[in-house]
Design a protein. Structure first.
Length: 402
């Protein structure tokens, strides 16, 4: 069995594993960029399977198109599209990108799938696009790949500029750069390479880079455990809620679950975000008995930041919170106001909870006051060793952030 066949087969396994990991993330966080990157790794898995079959038994019309469309059209276009969705703070830019990328996907697919080809592919050597596609297909690929390259450069430049202004955004670059390199790796399959092994290697590299980049982006936005501290590090900011929590990827069944969201806002959209957040917090306050704490902190030394501190009765209550129509609307509408988002997942380890003297916020106080529900009889919250276990306060007592 030749080296290209073995590399192609290994690449199928790698790309399929990457697709599975990213699909699992999409289930928990159905972000557009994650969906696009998952579709990209899936298309690369299909391309690698076609490459392996072609190198093993000879390329035909089906294996040629299956090897070319995912690597030359779908992967570079969708990966770049996902970068714009992730990085852009402009709703107009995202909307324009969706229109352009969708149109290029449909038109490019029709052109490449129906191209009669200048000569049918044959043999076990790599059938290059330049030797088989008609000129109109080359023009379509030129447009798609130039658009993808421009989108990658713009996204990286915007992310780098954001990282200079906001240190919290620097970790995001470690995910954006690999995905940008994955686009280049896919485009490079259009070039003539002296060894046929280069083509499955580049396809597999694109899948690995996408996998790694998506993982880093999710980690920097808090979908995974806080990287710096490990499973026992304290990740909660100081505040009147008084919880010391350790970061973890998830809470067990029936255990309280929490998270911290740090939003860096666009300067001229602060008022819009605060108004939207206040409306959402009021609906959380009145309609979610499973939300134990929902606090929005202002940061005196960083007026463009808002810190959300959330504790839920259990993961089921959190899932219910996320599925509410007003939360989905908040997530969609806040995008035009937010420059960067960092999320830290929490698992309750120790807790000391004391109600504020006044449960209602004064004028100008932070948003998100959330009265807590009554405690379950005889069920204490864990507290620090050597102290009395804290219990949830009685109804009507709430917490606000400063």
């Amino acid at each position: 069995m030749s080296a290209p066949v073995l590399i192609g087969f290994a690449g199928v396994l790698v790309a399929a594993a990457a697709t599975g990991v990213l699909a699992g993330r999409c289930v928990h966080q159905p972000r557009i960029y994650l969906i696009l990157w998952t579709a990209s790794t899936l298309s690369l898995a299909v391309a690698l399977a076609a490459q392996s079959m072609g190198f093993a038994s000879g390329f035909g019309l089906a294996t040629f198109r299956a090897a070319q469309l995912p690597t030359q059209l779908f992967a570079p276009l969708w990966l770049a599209w996902g970068l714009v969705e992730l990085v852009s703070g402009s709703e107009a830019a995202r909307f324009g990108t969706r229109l352009a990328a969708s149109a290029l996907t449909v038109v490019g697919t029709v052109i490449l799938a129906t191209d009669p080809l200048t000569a049918p592919p044959a043999g076990k050597s790599w059938p290059s696009a330049s030797a088989h596609f008609q000129p109109v297909s080359h023009y379509a690929l030129d447009v798609v790949q130039v658009v993808a390259a421009v989108a990658v450069l713009a996204s990286v430049a915007l992310a780098a500029a954001r990282a200079r202004k906001d240190p919290l955004s620097r970790a995001e670059l470690t995910g954006i750069l690999p995905v940008g390199l994955a686009v280049l790796a896919a485009v490079a399959l259009r070039l003539p390479w002296p060894d046929g092994s280069a083509y499955p290697l580049l396809s597999m590299l694109a899948a690995v880079l996408t996998w790694f980049g998506a993982t880093r982006v999710q980690r920097s936005s808090g979908a995974e455990e806080v990287a710096a501290g490990g499973p026992d590090s304290v990740a909660a900011p100081a505040g009147p809620v008084g919880l010391a929590a350790s970061a973890a990827t998830s809470a067990g069944p029936g255990q309280p679950y929490g998270r911290i969201l740090i939003f860096t806002l666009i300067e001229d959209r602060v008022a819009d975000f605060d108004r939207l957040a206040e409306q959402t917090a009021e609906q959380v306050r009145t309609g979610e008995p499973g939300t134990l704490v929902y606090v929005i902190h202002l940061v005196p030394n960083a007026p463009l930041q808002r810190i959300f501190y959330e504790i839920y009765r259990d993961p089921v209550a959190f899932d219910s919170h996320e599925s509410q129509p007003y939360m989905q609307r908040f997530e969609a509408e806040r995008r035009s106001c937010v420059l960067a988002t960092n999320v830290i997942e929490l698992r309750l380890k120790y807790a000391k909870i004391a109600p504020l003297p006044n449960s209602q916020p004064a004028s100008g106080a932070p948003l998100g006051l959330r009265p807590l529900p009554p405690p379950s009889p005889g069920v204490p919250w864990p507290d620090r060793p050597g102290s009395s276990p804290g219990r949830l306060p009685s109804p009507g007592r709430g917490y606000g952030g400063a």
